[in-house]
Design a protein around this ligand. Structure first.
Ligand code: UDP
Ligand code: MG
Length: 136
């Protein structure tokens, strides 16, 4: 049974800045994700606020939006069977210190805020996030 899904992945500023993008992209490919779309961009704080609006009541919201808009990012549409949960598994826990060995956040993350990658958390949010970056 196939359950082909698409999910949105972001290589965050801390990883782009450390030139880890190619290494991280290879990890996706090695784990059987297809990179259907990809672009390197820098977003504004207003765009970051829109992207992360589900977190607007959280204490870390302002810093998070400053951070995501602080430098270039790579946004990608990834495809695989169960892509949403498979990507979350590959990324590991939000806090790199709590992430499983072998996960992207364990390998590359610096801290809970500079945790190198974003991945959609549900099929529904994946659609919204893919549209946010790739509509038109
Ligand atoms: N974040 C943070 N402090 C926290 C929790 C989260 O800076 O205490 C940041 C972190 O970079 C995370 C992002 O906010 O990736 C979104 O949080 P979420 O809970 O959605 O984690 P994720 O889905 O990225 O694992
Ligand atoms: Mg999240």
């Amino acid at each position: 049974m196939s359950n082909l899904e698409q999910t949105l992945s972001i290589i965050k500023p801390d990883a782009v800045e450390r030139n880890l993008s190619n290494e991280i992209k290879k990890e996706f490919i090695k784990n059987d994700f297809q990179i259907l779309k990809e672009k390197k961009i820098q977003i504004s704080k207003i765009e970051a606020e829109e992207f992360y609006k589900i977190h607007q009541t959280k204490p870390f919201y302002n810093d998070l939006c400053d951070y995501l808009s602080s430098g270039p990012i790579i946004v990608m549409v990834l495809e695989k069977n169960s892509a949403v949960s498979e990507n979350r598994k590959l990324m590991g826990a939000t806090d790199p210190n709590k992430a499983e060995p072998g996960t992207l956040r364990k390998k590359y993350g610096i801290s809970i805020d500079k945790n190198s990658v974003h991945g959609s958390d549900s099929v529904e949010n994946a659609k919204i996030e893919i549209d946010f970056f790739f509509k038109n």
